[in-house]
Structure formats: structure tokens, C-alpha cells
Write a protein that binds this ligand. Structure first.
Ligand code: NAP
Length: 521
């Protein structure tokens, strides 16, 4: 597939006003062809203007038409799957087979959201019919549907270059909601971004939709992201990345004359609690499984289990030995970007300075951007006295916290900030302790897993990929799963409307047989 390296603004391929960049192959530390255009404020303005012009038409497409459009994007992604995975592998160092899996997941998400659109439940239709005879005063007819917020800006993630990037879950859920999208591509994988953007744009054109339904921009620094957040026509933002970047954009959006919603997914150490009977029964197995999950994607995953809390007692040494063995056997692998690699080394240094001891390390890095795995250890008292030890180190490292007893395990749980997930490994005999831990974890996480590790693969109606700050900036919403569409919706009530003026989905006839609450039932 030929890459042009241009920005895709509406129907046009745009050279960009701020120079060019090249992709970097992190496995070899070499730059790769071709040049990719960098945009600026004027490019954002053009994309936002088109997105705004397209919004009224796109947000009023019939559910059937919108669903067919989303299905077409999925079909287009299937057609380019191999080329996409091959280019993404070059730009990320992630194995091609894994990236083909991501491309399948991305296409599947679009098909899942097409189903969500067809079923219409996301509109949350409600009708409270008029009660002209109600005493002491009559009630007017009230009807409610949810509509899209407007044009939205989406920051593609660096760490899943397909499933959470240009054609990722954020884009699928925003388009499903009826929002128009400006995608800020991550510079870690510009070629893979272009392939995905073309798959979406081709579907826009094939379905005769206005060109501004989708644009992709890219920039050489913070200016382009800031311009997106500042633009008066943008009505919401989604972001996956660092806490620093996410909060800078979040705060910026609150300083606008008209503050907007910024949904950030930022940082999580996904604590894993090993309860005593489970540890005695199968400590080594759990320790080995923990390290296996910790190493997925070279530890560059939002659900990476990075903290293991276990009580010093039966099974502890076997578990610790299994973890050390597994880490020691690991080969260093390329990390995604020079920035992420540098942040990894820096983060490891910081938690060592804070008192963590390195008890295992994988084979040393043989190339510049390779990350060697590491296992560190502290005791519970030390962990509780040093907040730095609870900071995410994005990469193939984890911290083992050896606590003295159940009380200290609970204290560690209570000390944690907001998380995307937490896990408990337990046997039936551990249920009393699990019942004490559960409310502590519920307050701090969006997902609690028993006898397994949080896994990003499932995208379902019950998926929650969110959690209290700093995991996200808004714990009421998920960024993965079918209910992620709710981030882009707001309710509108229609009071006293004649049938002919009502949106079709709220008319009495209900020809699509959509689910609707009538008088609350
Ligand atoms: P990042 O540095 O936060 O950048 C994410 C995106 O936001 C990029 O497109 C970046 O543009 C933009 N951006 C960041 N700060 C900005 C600002 N102040 N103003 C305008 N735009 C801004 O994240 P990253 O590059 O993906 O990785 C860096 C670190 O983020 C990692 O080391 C890791 O700690 C964390 N991370 C966490 C997760 C997670 O799921 N928990 C996922 C990915 C990354 P530029 O590239 O042009 O700066």
C-alpha cells in the first residue's frame, strides 16, 4: 500500500503547514520512509469547520444508514488488515501476528457498534405522555432522546496502534453516537494511522456522507493538540496517554470560555491481591501467571498488573521464586517510542530511589530502545510510607509488596489512588478477607477480577475500562466496551411536540420497534 504521508482533512489530502517527520522503527532505531506531513492551527481549523458543517447531516442519519456506514469501515479494515499489521509492526516493534489480531478487534468493534446503533437502546428513548386531566394541573407530553454532543477530537493512543488508535474504540463509539470526528494521530505510528484513516474516509465517501464526518491531523508538538482542545467548534475530547498530558489538556479545556468534556484515560497500576489460602495452594502458579501478564506488550498496557500484594506466609517464597525465575528468563524487547523507553528507565530509577529493591531482571537490552524486564520488592511498611512507590512505571516491570498480615494488606489497598482494575486471587476459605477487601477496591477501581488478571480483549456491554482519578478524569464512563458510546451523548427533551415535528424515533408509531420507556416502564 502506498502511503502519501498527508493529513486527511475531509476529502482532501493536505501537505500540512508545519514541515514533516518520519516514523521510527523501534526495533532497529532507524527512521522509515516516507515523510509524514505535520499540521498546525490552520489545519485544525479547517478540519473543525468541516466537522461542524457535517454534524447536522451526519447526526440525523437514520440508524440503518449509520450502522451500514460503520459496517463498511469494518469491511475496509478487513481488506487492509495485512498491510496495516505489517506497517504497524515496522513502526512499533510489536509482532505482526499480534497486530493482525488488533486489526480484527478494531473491525469487530465497528461491527459491534453498528449493532448498538441498529438496536437503538443507546438513544435511551423515554415518553411520558400528556395527562390532560391530571389534578391539580395537567401534564404536557414529554419525550426524551440522547443526541451526539457535536464534533469531537480524539487523541489516538500510542500503545495499541490499531485497536485504540485511529480506527479504535473511541472513533467507533463516537461515530456510532452520531458525532463527527477529528482524529489526532499519534506520531509513534504515522503510516498505520494513515492506512486506518483511509479505510474510514473511503467509507464516508462510499456512503455519500459529508466529507467532514472524519478527518485525521498530526503535529510536531503540543500546538496541534492544544488547538484541538481550544477550538470553539469541538465539543468533547478523548485522550489515552500520560497523566501529565491528560491533565494538561483537561485543565486547558476547563479554561475555555465554554468548558468542554475531556475524557482522559491515564494511569493505573492494577493491584493484584493474593489471599492467604490461594497463596498456600498455588502461589507459584499465580506468581508465574502474574509475570506473564505483566510482560504482555512489553508492559506497555493500561491493564498491566504492576503491583502484587501478598502476605508473608505459606506459599509466599514459592510465589516469589516463580516470579524471579520468569523475569530472569525474559529477553529485552523493543519499546514503542524513545520517550516511553526513557520514561521507563527513569521510572525504574525513581522507585529504586524510593527504596524498592530489584530482585530479578531479564536479559539486558541489546539495542537502544529495548526494555529489559525487572521485578522489584518492598515491604508493606515501606510501601505505605512512600507514595512514589505507587506510581505507574510504563514498561515490563512490577513491584512485589510483602505485607505482614491481613490488616497491612487492607492498609495497602486503602492507600491506593484510582485504578482501572484490581484482582484478587482466592480460595473459598479466603472469602471473609475478600469481603473486607471488596468495598475498599470498589471505591478505587472500575473493574475487579477474581482468580485471573484483567484482560483487554473482551469488548462487551458489561466491560468497564475506567475508574476514579487518576485512572481517568471521569469515573462515570468507560472508554472501552459498548457503553463507551455514552461519553458522546447528551439528553434532549421534546415537550408538547406535534407528531410530525418529533424525531421519528419518538413518534407514537415506533416503526423500528425501538425499546422505549413509556411512563417509566
Ligand atoms: P503522552 O505523552 O501523554 O501523549 C499522548 C498524546 O497526547 C500524544 O498525541 C501527544 O502529542 C499528546 N499530548 C500529550 N501532552 C500534550 C499536551 N500537553 N498538549 C497537547 N498535546 C499533548 O503519551 P504517550 O506518548 O502515549 O506515552 C507517554 C507515557 O504515557 C507513557 O510512558 C506512559 O506512562 C503513559 N501512557 C499510559 C497509557 C495507559 O493506558 N495508561 C497508555 C499510553 C501511554 P505529542 O506526541 O505530539 O506530544
Amino acid at each position: 500500500m502506498t502511503l502519501t504521508g498527508k493529513l486527511l482533512i475531509g476529502a482532501r489530502d493536505v501537505p500540512g503547514s508545519e514541515g514533516t517527520m518520519k516514523a521510527l522503527n523501534p526495533a532497529t532505531n532507524q527512521l522509515i520512509e516516507p515523510d509524514f506531513a505535520l499540521g498546525g492551527v490552520a489545519d485544525v481549523d479547517r478540519a473543525a469547520t468541516l466537522a461542524d458543517e457535517a454534524f447536522d447531516v451526519y447526526s440525523h442519519t437514520s440508524l440503518a444508514k449509520r450502522a451500514a456506514f460503520l459496517d463498511s469501515i469494518a469491511d475496509n479494515l478487513d481488506k487492509v488488515r495485512q498491510a496495516l499489521a505489517a506497517r504497524a509492526a515496522l513502526e512499533t516493534g510489536v509482532p505482526e501476528a499480534q497486530l493482525e489480531g488488533e486489526a480484527i478487534k478494531a473491525a469487530t468493534q465497528f461491527r459491534q457498534f453498528a449493532d448498538v446503533v441498529r438496536r437503538g437502546r443507546f438513544l435511551q428513548l423515554a415518553i411520558d405522555p400528556a395527562q390532560p386531566d391530571r389534578q391539580p394541573r395537567p401534564r404536557m407530553d414529554h419525550r426524551l432522546q440522547k443526541i451526539a454532543l457535536g464534533p469531537v477530537a480524539i487523541f489516538g493512543a500510542s500503545n495499541f496502534p490499531i485497536a485504540y488508535s485511529v480506527a479504535g474504540g473511541d472513533t467507533a463509539s463516537a461515530l456510532a453516537a452520531g458525532a463527527t470526528v477529528i482524529l489526532k494521530a499519534h506520531n509513534a505510528h504515522p503510516g498505520a494511522s494513515e492506512i486506518q484513516a483511509r479505510a474510514i474516509r473511503d467509507a464516508v465517501q462510499a456512503h455519500g456522507l459529508p466529507e467532514g464526518v472524519f478527518s485525521m491531523v498530526r503535529g510536531g508538538g503540543n500546538a496541534i493538540g492544544e488547538a484541538l482542545v481550544d477550538h470553539p467548534l469541538i465539543k468533547a475530547v478523548t485522550f489515552t496517554g500520560s497523566e501529565r498530558g491528560g491533565m494538561a489538556l483537561y485543565r486547558r479545556a476547563q479554561l475555555r470560555p465554554d468548558p468542554i468534556l475531556v475524557f482522559t484515560e491515564m494511569t493505573s497500576i492494577n493491584p493484584t491481591f493474593i489471599l492467604p489460602h490461594a497463596q498456600a495452594e498455588k502461589g507459584a502458579l499465580i506468581g508465574d501467571g502474574f509475570v506473564e501478564r505483566m510482560l504482555v506488550n512489553v508492559g506497555q498496557a493500561c491493564l498491566k498488573p504492576a503491583l502484587l500484594i501478598a502476605i508473608d506466609g505459606p506459599g509466599f517464597e514459592a510465589m516469589r521464586a516463580a516470579m524471579i525465575k520468569r523475569v530472569n528468563e525474559t529477553l529485552a524487547r523493543p519499546m514503542l517510542t524513545p520517550g516511553i523507553h526513557a520514561a521507563y528507565l527513569n521510572g525504574l530509577g525513581q522507585i529504586e530511589d524510593a527504596g524498592a529493591r530489584r530482585i530479578a531482571e531479564g536479559s539486558p537490552a541489546s539495542a537502544a530502545l529495548h526494555g529489559a524486564s525487572a521485578l522489584l520488592e518492598v515491604d508493606g511498611a515501606q510501601f505505605l510510607s512512600e507514595t512514589l512507590l505507587a506510581e505507574e512505571v510504563f514498561g515490563p516491570a512490577a513491584l512485589l509488596v510483602k505485607v505482614r498480615n491481613e490488616a497491612e494488606m487492607l492498609a495497602v489497598a486503602r492507600s491506593l489512588r484510582g485504578q482501572l482494575s484490581a484482582a484478587m486471587h482466592l480460595e473459598v476459605e479466603d472469602l471473609p478477607l475478600a469481603q473486607r477487601l471488596l468495598p475498599v477496591l470498589e471505591r478505587r477501581t472500575g473493574r475487579i477480577v477474581v482468580n485471573a488478571f484483567a484482560h483487554p480483549q473482551e469488548v462487551t456491554f458489561a466491560t468497564v475500562h475506567g475508574g476514579p482519578f487518576p485512572a481517568t478524569s471521569d469515573s462515570r464512563f468507560t472508554s472501552v466496551g459498548m457503553t463507551s458510546i455514552e461519553r458522546f451523548l447528551r439528553p434532549v427533551a421534546y415537550q408538547g411536540f406535534p407528531q410530525a415535528l418529533l424525531p421519528e424515533v419518538l413518534r407514537d408509531a415506533n416503526p423500528l420497534a425501538l425499546p422505549r420507556l413509556i411512563d417509566g416502564v
